[in-house]
Design a protein. Structure first.
Lengths: 515, 506
């Protein structure tokens, strides 16, 4: 059993990476098959790891037999397990969706013009997944950086699959991604210089001995700013909306659901594991909290003002990111007091994983609608619900998670955040949560309700003017595969509700391998 | 043991009906109706089975799973527990769901989007049953919010601008209220720990009220303010008349079984089972609530008087009637509590009769305005009889259910510290009579429009009353009289309400 678990830990990172390499060598249809097989097997490797962590053990794999600081250690603790499981769910669903609806992977240029579907999606996406898993299980700072870089660069390339219009946003994203990584790397270098090790646990042990906290604090600040850029915390959020809305239908959910979570996981690793919390770091936590509050409010208000579905969903991501940072001041105060089981930490994870599922579903639905109708203008999508009832149901269920209504992880997360805030007497947090919840209901209703309207008499939605007979038509010509694709999106909607019952299980899981 | 699973089964039953119905094609009307009615009948039977177990044997079937983590390692569970009050409410919703389902099948015959409608319809009932069985505040909150969500597509069912606007207004009010309840629950949980519903109030809350009464009162205000939205306490009521654009069965459900009832049921729970009536009385929060409820009773009636549309008048009548329940539980006397609780059921039965009839008038005669009901008695005799019984019930004439409620409430007012409530009851009954009797008069004695001068009117000719719509209306009308006549039998609503009230004051 232990061997299987250790093997799984390695395979989670290496298998998708290997598949990404192999997939480049084979034909287009074979890519789809191999992609799905890889996804299912990788998700299968998640099971033993999560099961072991649920039993209370944190498995470790020491690569090549060299222990840190020389070698590389992979660790599966509670945080890793929760994110591995969430990612596996979303990744499998989206992979199968991409295989069923190739047009969702972007468009590529042929001598005869732009064609739907981009075969480059497969190696990039599998590479991205390898990077994500690497980030989750990395036990040392340098591998965190490598994983982050892998995720960031593949994500930029994935955005660029969306054809001409997506190249500008992709380029903007690239600048931010590289700058963010550089800042993070500088922080890592600083820590390595002070502590002489890249292993997270060892670095922490050394830092706790060091009297002067300045170096640790500087590294912490650098890494936080770098990661803040990658996560798109206000005011470093400007790149996210164009990139996420210009990306192809199946890429947007990957970016919004998964990619930014890599930054969050690293941020948690840095704040809670690598650098011991010092009193001097409190101001930084408060700054993050304040920015988080601004993000929740500003993101929501901007989402309310969008006329197109995908930017609306993208601004909603900005707002949801805010909640994670909102919890940071509580994280620090709680940790200071007792070091007891921290509700704020669990709240961040519940909110992030809830967002993963719900936003994955909502963005996939929005992208799919855009694909079918050739537009995502809300006014022109009137009455789309009649043709896509499963899709609308899925969007509704995902909206439940994003608003934070029961039953969903969004609710469990907001509950924990609110109780932590009340416990710490931070009433402003509760006010922000309440305002954010109502605003979220407002903008999601604005985005989804028109789809429920009766379709206007004259059919005024246009087909995408690619002049291509395989281009998706607005109605009636749904293939069987696309019908199945819709059901997959519905599956994410159902998962949004279903995971809502896991709040307390996740909390227990997170207790494994805590700092 | 099996009993412990029953509450879960009852909730899941409606959910699975929804799951089966959603993917059904529009044309599969027969299959859909069979599933619907089979589900509804099973539900009624299961609830009936629970009655002797819970009321006579005193068992409290309970099902729970861990749900939300707390700091000290013990998770707050989702609890479904059957106590008499829960059963009372669940029984009402099970019975009325059956009748409303039959009615809705007839009403929506040949109209689009029926699979969607019945799917959400079932989810709505699942939420209501879950709400009634909720054993703690968290569970209640979960189902309370679920109810908001699943009724939204029902209110917006017709899919035109007007429906969507009404649904949006409803959503705003309901979510705003939901957030208030959520904050209240979070706060209370932090101060007093996770609160289990208990007869006579939760001990932790009583302790909190003793140590910091101001805080306890503030949380009470938050909770009741949030619940007051759904129960349409003035000034939080405007969504209800607007939501009348929904299909008639939805209005029936909204007003009689689910949404509005969920609000008042929540208020009853908070007053009696969270704070406990003694504690609430000592906190001094009952009297202000009583005053608000009294105002709502009078104001709702006054507004109803001013409406010329049938459904609008009925909507304001609901605003007024539902507050009787609040009136009952805040008067601080055992008889009044029994009166309030029994009105929970009585109002449901009477109001659903009226809505069924309003839908019938609209469908068969095209009558939406009160003036169009002129001479309906001759054209649609059965419907008119049922409507008249419902209206008499609302006024509180014997031997209807409404009389029992008002009598009990009046008794309660006299033995309570607030005898002036009796005046509220009298004024309200007069207003009820003022807005219902003219309608009844018009139906039976109004001159039929002359077919020669008015092309649209069909004259005094009889109109066919669709059986699927008529049978439920007549059933509820019969029950309205039945529970009035047989009020003192064992297991009659009044007896169970008295039993519950004794528990509250024990």
């Amino acid at each position: 059993m232990t061997e299987l678990v250790e093997f799984s830990l390695g395979a989670l990172v290496l298998l998708p990476l290997l598949a990404a390499a192999v997939v480049m060598l084979i034909g287009h249809t074979a890519r789809r098959v191999l992609g799905v097989v890889t996804a299912v097997v990788t998700a299968g490797f998640t099971v033993p790891v999560v099961a072991t962590v649920a039993d209370g053990d944190a498995p470790e794999l020491v690569l090549g037999g060299f222990t840190a600081p020389l070698g590389i250690t992979l660790r599966g603790d509670g945080l890793a397990a929760v994110f591995l499981a969430g990612t596996a769910l979303i990744a499998v669903v989206l992979t199968v969706f991409a295989a069923l609806v190739p047009a969702a992977t972007g468009e590529h240029l042929t001598p005869s013009g732009w064609r739907p579907g981009h075969p480059g999606f497969w190696p990039l996406w599998l590479g991205c997944w390898a990077g994500l898993n690497g980030v989750y299980v990395s036990g040392d700072l340098f591998n965190l950086y490598v994983g982050l870089e892998l995720v960031g660069l593949t994500a930029v390339a994935l955005v660029a699959l969306g054809g001409r219009k997506s190249w500008d946003p992709a380029l903007r994203y690239l600048f931010i991604a590289v700058l963010g990584s550089l800042l993070f790397l500088t922080g890592v270098g600083l820590l390595a210089a002070v502590t002489g090790t890249l292993d997270i646990a060892q670095a922490r042990a050394v830092l706790e001995e060091v009297e002067d906290p300045t170096a640790g604090l500087l590294a912490l600040s650098l890494m936080t700013v770098g990661l803040g850029m990658k996560i798109a915390l206000v005011p470093m959020h400007r790149w996210l909306v164009p990139a996420h809305s210009a990306a192809p239908a199946v890429v947007s959910p990957i970016l919004s659901g998964l990619v930014i979570k890599a930054g969050l996981v690293i941020l948690l690793r840095v704040w809670l594991w690598a650098v011991p919390l010092v009193a001097e770091a409190i101001w930084l936590a408060w700054l993050l909290g304040a920015l988080g509050a601004i993000a929740v409010l500003v993101g929501s208000v901007l989402a309310l003002r969008q006329d197109r579905l995908k930017p609306l969903v993208a601004y909603s991501t900005i707002a949801q990111i805010g909640y994670w940072f909102l919890a940071f001041p509580l994280l620090v105060t709680e940790h200071d007091d007792a070091g007891a089981a921290p509700g704020a930490y669990s709240a961040i994870v519940a909110l992030a994983v809830g967002h993963m599922v719900a936003k994955g579903g909502l963005f996939a639905a929005a992208g799919y609608l855009k694909l079918r109708f050739g537009t995502d203008e809300i006014a022109r999508l009137r009455g789309a619900g009649a043709q896509y009832p499963a899709l609308i149901l899925a969007m509704g269920a995902c909206a439940v998670g994003l608003i934070g209504l029961p039953v969903s992880l969004g609710f469990a997360g907001k509950w924990q955040l609110a109780t932590a805030a009340v416990g710490a007497q931070q009433w402003w947090v509760v006010v922000v949560i309440a305002a954010g919840t109502l605003l979220a209901a407002g903008y999601l209703l604005r985005g989804i309700a028109p789809l429920l309207l009766q379709a206007p008499q004259e059919s005024d939605h246009q087909l995408p003017d690619t002049g291509d007979e395989t281009a998706p038509a607005a109605a009636g010509s749904k293939t069987r595969a696309e019908g199945a694709g819709e059901l997959l999106i519905l599956l994410l909607g159902v998962a949004t509700i279903g995971t809502g019952f896991l709040g307390s299980w996740i909390y227990d899981l997170l207790g494994v391998g805590l700092w | 043991m099996v009993n412990d699973l029953l509450p879960l089964i009852l909730v899941l039953l409606s959910v699975s009906v929804a799951v089966v119905i959603f993917p059904l094609p529009e044309q599969a009307a027969r299959l859909r109706s069979t599933v619907n009615i089979a589900g509804a009948v099973t539900k009624v039977v299961l609830v009936m089975l629970l009655v002797p177990v819970v009321v006579a044997e005193g068992a409290r079937p309970e099902f729970s799973i861990p749900f939300l983590p707390t700091g000290d390692g013990e998770a707050i569970p989702l609890v479904l527990r059957v106590d008499p009050l829960a059963l009372f409410f669940a029984g009402l919703s099970a019975l009325l769901w059956l009748l409303t389902t039959i009615y809705a099948i007839g009403y929506l015959k040949g109209k689009p989007n029926r699979s969607r409608f019945f799917g959400f319809f079932s989810l709505c009932v699942a939420a209501t049953v879950g709400l009634s069985f909720s054993g703690n505040l968290i569970t209640f909150l979960v189902f309370y919010e679920l109810l908001t969500l699943v009724t939204y597509p029902l209110v917006a069912h017709w899919g035109d601008e007007k429906s969507l606007q009404a649904a949006k207004l409803y959503m705003r009010y309901a979510l705003g209220g939901g957030v208030a309840v959520l904050i209240g629950v979070v706060w209370l949980t932090m101060e007093a720990g996770p609160v289990d519903f208990a007869e006579g109030g939760a001990a932790d809350v009583a302790e909190l009220a003793a140590t910091s009464p101001g805080l306890a009162a503030l949380i009470f205000v938050l909770l009741i303010g949030g619940l007051g939205v759904k129960s349409a306490l003035v000034p939080l009521h405007s969504w209800l008349p607007a939501a009348m654009v929904a299909p008639a069965p939805v209005s029936a459900l909204l007003h009689a079984v689910a949404v509005v009832k969920a609000g008042v049921f929540g208020i009853v729970r908070v007053v009696d089972d969270v704070y406990g009536i003694e504690v609430a009385w000592e906190l001094g929060v009952l009297t202000p609530l009583l005053v608000i409820a009294s105002f709502t009773v009078i104001y709702g009636s006054y507004q109803a008087l001013r409406q010329s549309e049938i459904k609008k008048r009925l909507a304001f009548s609901t605003v007024s009637q539902v507050s009787y329940v609040v009136l009952g539980v805040t008067m601080f006397s055992m008889a009044a509590t029994a009166g309030g609780v029994v009105h929970l059921v009585h109002q449901g039965i009477m109001k659903i009769t009226l809505f069924f009839c309003a839908g019938l008038f609209a469908e068969a005669m095209g009558a939406h305005k009160i003036s169009e009901l002129r001479g309906a008695g001759r054209r649609m005799p059965w419907t008119s009889v049922a409507f008249t019984i419902g209206a008499f019930g609302m006024i509180g004439l014997p031997p209807t259910a409404g009389f029992i409620s008002k009598w009990q409430l009046g008794l309660g007012a006299l033995e309570s510290p607030h005898p002036w409530v009796l005046a509220v009851l009298v004024v309200s009954s007069l207003l009820n009579a003022a807005y219902f009797l003219p309608v009844v008069w018009l139906i039976w004695f109004g001159e039929t429009p002359d077919p020669e001068t008015d092309d649209d009117a069909a004259g005094g000719t009889k109109v066919r009353e669709p059986a699927m719509l008529l049978v439920p209306a007549v059933c509820t009308a019969v029950i309205t009289v039945g529970v009035g006549v047989a009020a003192s039998l064992t297991f009659a609503p009044l007896e169970i309400a008295r039993f519950i009230a004794e528990g509250v004051f024990s």
